[in-house]
Write a protein that binds this ligand. Structure first.
Ligand code: AP5
Ligand code: MG
Length: 203
């Protein structure tokens, strides 16, 4: 099965994609993680990307498509792509999508979650107020340090939410018309939201 998760920043795309990977063995393709890996490598392209991520702006389509090349073959859960109608049209040329989950969230909830999120610098595991690590600032999974993402600051969050409303929201109608969109309320607990996703996944 090929699935896309669409949702505002902080709606839990990464959280639920990781669960879908663990339980249903769908490959988790997070374009944000792929971009952050490039930044950590300090490659020429990584340095360019770093500036854009910090500002909360969108990275150039050509860079994104190059990084995703050959990654969309097996069953997957796609987290963070597409984010614009243009990207969705590019994706259509590459593969057919079975289901799109749109996880809804209020802006104020997104801001609260993002300002309290911490993430493993090595394996990318996600923690927050509702999912605390067993030991402060240490990843339960790999024992590495937990850090705050550089784009989880007030200014970048504002920019990212603005881009979501302007560029990403039109995707909802795009996938409704294709009859593959499922809307999930993201304000509930992680367990409840994930159960809803599972319910529709098995339909
Ligand atoms: P990306 O890494 O995808 O970041 P994002 O879109 O800003 O989304 P987040 O990762 O912040 O949120 P999430 O929905 O994954 O939430 P999470 O599960 O972590 O992209 C980063 C950047 O890369 C972009 O800004 C852009 O520059 C670039 N980029 C990426 N894709 C691109 C593209 N296609 N084109 C161009 N540029 C692109 O959860 C958040 C927090 O909430 C956690 O603490 C979690 O524990 C908590 N939480 C989750 N669910 C619940 C719940 N139900 N109750 C309580 N807490 C919860
Ligand atoms: Mg994420």
């Amino acid at each position: 099965m090929k699935i896309i998760l669409i949702g505002m920043q902080g709606s839990g795309k990464g959280t639920y994609a990781k669960l879908l990977n663990e339980i249903y063995h769908l490959e988790h393709i997070s374009i944000g993680d792929i971009l952050r890996n490039e930044v950590n490598k300090k490659s020429k392209i990584g340095l360019q990307i770093d500036e854009i991520l910090k500002k909360g702006e969108l990275v150039d389509d050509k860079i994104i498509l190059d990084l995703l090349e050959n990654k969309l073959k097996n069953n997957f859960v796609l987290d963070g792509f597409p984010r614009t109608i243009k990207q969705a049209r590019e994706l259509e040329k590459i593969t057919k999508i079975d289901k799109v989950f749109y996880i809804t969230l209020k802006d104020e909830t997104a801001i609260k979650r993002l300002t309290t999120r911490i993430q493993c610098e090595k394996c990318g595991a996600i923690y927050g107020n509702r999912k605390k690590p067993l030991n402060d600032n240490i990843c339960d999974i790999c024992g590495s340090k937990l850090i705050k993402r550089p784009d989880d600051n007030e200014e970048s969050i504002k920019k990212r939410l603005e881009i979501f409303h302007k560029e990403t929201k039109p995707l909802i109608d795009f996938y409704i018309k294709k009859k593959i969109l499922i809307k999930i309320v993201g304000e509930k607990t992680i367990d409840k939201v994930f159960s809803k996703i599972e319910e529709y996944l098995n339909k």
